[in-house]
Design a protein around this ligand. Structure first.
Ligand code: AHR
Length: 528
């Protein structure tokens, strides 16, 4: 059996867990909104038309923020279409996704739903077909208390109190030629800067996200960030990056090492932010918003589905990119979470894209059931358990060779440490076919930073793993009829003095929770 040794020392703490790391994304695209979160004719629909069963799963997922309303959609969107009496709202073409948008859900409905879902709303403005004035207008409409035409219009439309939206994205993927209103870095940098200036005049409390690159392979990656930052440093608070990964040509080893590509991407963007004088500790630091990330089989979309969709009719909420996620995909999602946590000093927020039906952890059928995809579980466990400070364990693990990413650690891990000394370990085994005997030295953790307290002060609360289910294989998925993929007990776990040992199944993502001895070990305690 392969073996791996970790040691956890809070003296190397990276920083506090940014709780916005567990954000998600709802776009007016495919069946994300309509037939996803909203389906007035469904047996489980509430009087407001939103599905109670889907909302319950969203609450269980435990995400912290939600980006809305796009995505590529936002670059052609008029926010005014989605407010006011529903019967007067216009039906429009959505040129981004070749669909018809009915505008039956807009800012009011979504903000109310997000509040119930316990999600902080992150609103994206259209810097594709629109500009500074419309961005300032939607901000004034949403956040100004009363007494102006826009604020009074909001009140007339049913929201007496402002929505108080703090997080705003300045456009979406403007670097991409596929984007409506695609721009050069200079064009976008100027527009983002002037939009930011006006938005901060209107509401100085907002936090603004400038659009970085759509992926690390963009020919403009690097130069785009430098140029945008030259225009916007001092005006924006975050710079975005988007990152999607997929398995190509059966190369599972490279796919499983996607976290190393995300590590590199984040570190490259962080270095550019430092060069621009906006690193941590600077007068106006710029954090990194990984505001879209996930596994997405984009090759299938680009080469097979998109040509059909884009040349066809103009349907309402068609089925778009409803990827069914396997065990392998879930392990990769878990390892991407490890990578995000490891960069907590630079990544201020991140959004799993998306939430329901469209490359999503939750799926639903019209008139039918809703269920958890395999990727639901690592996200849910990380969002529920990662509190306190992040610690990168010192690792002694074998490497694996990958065709795309070079050498990658076989076992990848990160830990979070609570003020009371409780520890949560998140760990990926990237081997497709071999178990790993894991040893974790915990001696320095108990009692806080620098302490050499005894591990007997800790107790094992839970140890779970996501791996191939009995009778399944690495391609097994959950579907409407059966959901075999989920968390199960991790085998061979013991805590002996300062040493935690466990057997990591092949191709697995595991989470081990340790609490101070004598502390209550209920889920509520862990979920504070
Ligand atoms: O999440 C799906 C799409 O991916 C978004 O609309 C776009 O921003 C990205 O390319």
């Amino acid at each position: 059996m392969l073996s791996a040794r970790l040691s956890i020392d809070p003296g190397t703490s990276i920083g506090a867990v940014p709780r916005r790391l567990f954000g998600t994304f709802v776009e007016h695209m495919g069946r994300s909104v309509y037939e996803g979160i909203y389906e007035p004719t469904h047996p489980d629909a509430r009087p407001d038309g939103f599905r109670a069963d889907v909302l319950a799963l969203v609450q269980e997922l435990g995400a912290t923020t939600v980006r809305y309303p796009g995505g590529n959609f936002v670059s052609g969107y008029r926010w005014e279409d989605g407010v006011g009496p529903r019967e007067t709202r216009p039906v429009r073409l959505d040129a981004a996704w070749h669909s018809v948008e009915t505008n039956q859900v807009g800012l009011h409905e979504f903000a109310d739903w997000a509040r119930e879902a316990r999600l902080e709303l992150m609103y994206a403005v259209n810097l594709g077909t629109r500009g500074i004035a419309e961005a300032a207008d939607v901000l004034e409409y949403a956040n100004h208390p009363a007494g102006t035409a826009l604020a009074e219009r909001r009140r007339t439309n049913g929201a007496e109190e402002p929505f108080g939206i703090r997080l705003w994205c300045l456009g979406n993927e403007v670097d991409g030629p596929w984007q409506i209103g695609h721009k050069t870095a200079d064009e976008y940098g100027r527009l983002a800067a002037e939009t930011a200036r006006l938005m901060k005049f209107v509401d100085p409390g907002v936090e603004l996200v400038a659009a970085g690159s759509s992926n690390a392979e963009m020919p403009t990656f690097g130069e785009w960030e430098r140029t945008v930052l030259r225009h916007t440093v001092g005006l924006v608070d975050h710079l975005s990056l988007h990152a999607y990964y997929e398995e190509s040509d059966g190369d599972a080893a490279s796919f499983l090492a996607s976290g190393t590509a995300l590590d590199r991407y984040i570190e490259q963007v962080a270095a550019i932010i430092d060069e621009a004088g906006a690193g941590p500790g600077s007068e106006h630091p710029v954090g990194i918003s990984v505001d879209e990330w996930n596994v997405w089989y984009q090759r299938r979309w680009n080469e097979i589905d998109k040509p059909v969709v884009m040349n066809g009719d103009w349907p309402e909420h068609p089925r778009l990119i409803e990827d069914a996620y396997s065990v392998t995909d879930a392990v990769v999602v878990g390892s991407l979470l490890v990578s995000l946590l490891r960069h907590s000093d630079r990544v201020t927020m991140a959004n799993l894209a998306q939430l329901v039906n469209v490359i999503a952890p939750i799926r639903s059928e019209p008139g039918g059931p809703a269920w958890r995809q395999s990727t639901f579980f690592p996200f849910q466990r990380a969002a529920a358990l990662a509190y306190g400070r992040v610690v990168a364990p010192v690792v002694e693990v074998p490497s694996i060779r990958t065709a795309v990413h070079g050498e990658a650690p076989l076992v990848d891990a990160v830990a979070t440490v609570r003020d009371d000394g409780g520890i949560v370990l998140f760990v990926t085994n990237r081997s497709l076919d071999q178990e790993v005997a894991l040893e974790v030295a915990l001696g320095h953790v108990v009692g806080g930073a620098g302490s050499t307290g005894r591990a007997s002060a800790l107790q094992l609360v839970s140890a779970e793993t996501l791996c191939t289910p009995p009778g399944g294989d690495r391609h097994t998925v959950n579907d409407a009829g059966a959901q075999p993929v989920g968390m199960t007990d991790l085998r061979g776990v013991s805590l002996d003095g300062a040493l935690l040992t466990a057997t990591l199944p092949a191709l697995s993502w595991s989470v081990v929770v340790l609490a101070p001895s004598g502390a209550p070990i209920s889920e509520e305690k862990l979920d504070v």
